[in-house]
Design a protein around this ligand. Structure first.
Ligand code: 3PG
Ligand code: MG
Length: 407
């Protein structure tokens, strides 16, 4: 899936045109406050560029999971206000995403105006990718721009269906994400390695399978590493692990060998008998984990090993923390490796690409988010892309290109 095989804003003469912009305004909110505005900030270049070119910018997005009916707490109204603040200019919010209200608001727009329509998931047709709803969306605009990479794994009416009906383009954020992913796995500078952490092999099987074929080195951390160790006969005590995945883990190790992909597993571990903050810990080789203890982080020797390995790489993809980083001191290894990755990135020796919800919080926690070459705005879509899956929202953009609709 090449990043250049579809049209971008460079190909769009937007002046005076109505542009339906699929954004991902699904930002985290707690107690009615946006806790992370990254997705809003990353969207600004596309909106600004379109508005400056004199387009009428009609923003559509889902927010949360209202399951096909209006849920007042899941209105995009407050997010539209936040978008207006971030843009430094008023945006009009319309409390429907189709129908007469939406049409009237669009008809009243001047060139350069920005309108935000209500949550697309208030209609059941959104998630069903109902062609009738896609047609309603298409009827609002001349062109479709998709800037919602983080929702591209959903084949929904506003991410996929509508792209079949209007000349379609990738927005700047979509373009940036795809270029970064291309650098990470499709055309990486080699050697390329991946850090994969997280709790369970079972949820990351497809990801590991795809990575084995693409990377030269796979560094495994998190509770997932416990399963790999246990599968090789290591006593992991009371550590979280998946006993029913031992065969699978051994298969993965065999396949890695066959493909020439080096697997790096922990050699020491920070253990405790309890999982809580500032509990007494013991750091031991993985071969000496006490029966009553759990591995909650990889140990300092493993950090040194990982740092040595990363120093040999030109590209690194990171998904998943090395330990239970939410609780101190089990964030130590993730922090140390994150700082090392940041240092190598700053020096120009390494291209680093990270994504997935936990990973981004872990890098932020380590204070290095500005020193990573690229951090994806996506969670699920980043994972599915790492799994080698075809993302319908991106496919739809490519298909349109192949059909070469006149613009
Ligand atoms: C996300 O936050 O991962 C995207 O906005 C998609 O949301 P969803 O998982 O509810 O489809
Ligand atoms: Mg999600």
């Amino acid at each position: 899936m090449g990043a250049t095989s579809f049209k971008t804003l460079d190909d769009l003469d937007a002046t005076g045109k109505k542009v339906l912009l699929r954004a991902d305004l699904n930002v985290p909110v707690r107690n009615a406050q946006i806790t992370d505005a990254t997705r809003i900030l990353r969207l600004l270049p596309t909106i600004q560029e379109l508005a400056q070119k004199g387009a009428k910018v009609i923003v559509v997005s889902h927010f949360d999971r209202p399951k096909g009916k209006p849920v007042p707490e899941m209105s995009l109204g407050p997010i539209a206000d936040a978008l207006g603040d971030a843009l430094g200019r008023p945006v009009t919010f319309v409390d429907d995403c189709i129908g007469p209200k939406a049409q009237q608001a669009v008809n009243a727009m001047q060139d350069g105006d920005v309108v935000v329509l209500e949550n697309t998931r208030f209609y059941p047709g959104e998630e069903q990718n109902d062609p009738a709803l896609a047609k309603e969306f298409a009827s609002l605009a001349d062109y479709y721009v998709n800037d919602a990479f983080s929702a591209a794994h959903r084949a929904h009416a506003s991410t996929e269906g509508v792209a079949r009906l209007l000349p379609s383009f990738a927005g700047r954020l979509m373009e940036t994400e795809l270029n970064a992913l291309n650098i990470a796995l499709e055309n990486p500078a080699r050697p390329v390695g991946a850090i994969v952490g997280g709790a369970k092999i079972s949820t990351k099987l497809d990801l590991i399978g795809n990575l084995l074929a693409k990377v030269d080195m796979l560094i495994i951390g998190g509770a997932m590493a416990n399963t790999f160790l246990a599968a090789q006969g290591v006593n992991v005590g009371r550590s979280l692990q998946e006993a029913d995945m031992h065969d699978t883990a051994r298969d993965i190790l065999a396949k890695a060998k066959e493909k020439g992909c080096e697997i790096v597993l922990p050699v020491d571990a920070v253990t405790a008998t309890d999982f809580r903050a500032d509990v007494p810990t013991r750091t031991v080789p993985v071969t000496a984990i006490p029966d009553d203890a759990m591995m909650l982080d990889v140990g300092p020797e493993t950090v040194t090993l990982i740092e040595q390995k990363i120093a040999t790489l030109k590209t690194l993809v990171w998904n998943g923390p090395l330990g239970a980083f939410e609780i101190t001191p089990f964030d130590a290894a993730t922090n140390a490796v994150a700082r090392d990755v940041a240092r190598l990135t700053d020096s120009g020796a390494l291209k680093s690409i990270a994504g997935g919800g936990d990973t981004v919080s872990a890098l932020r926690h380590a204070g290095v988010e500005k020193h990573i070459s690229y951090i994806s705005s996506a969670g699920g879509a980043f994972l599915e892309w790492m799994e080698g899956k075809t993302l319908p929202g991106i496919m739809a953009l490519e298909n349109i290109f192949e059909r070469a609709l006149p613009i």
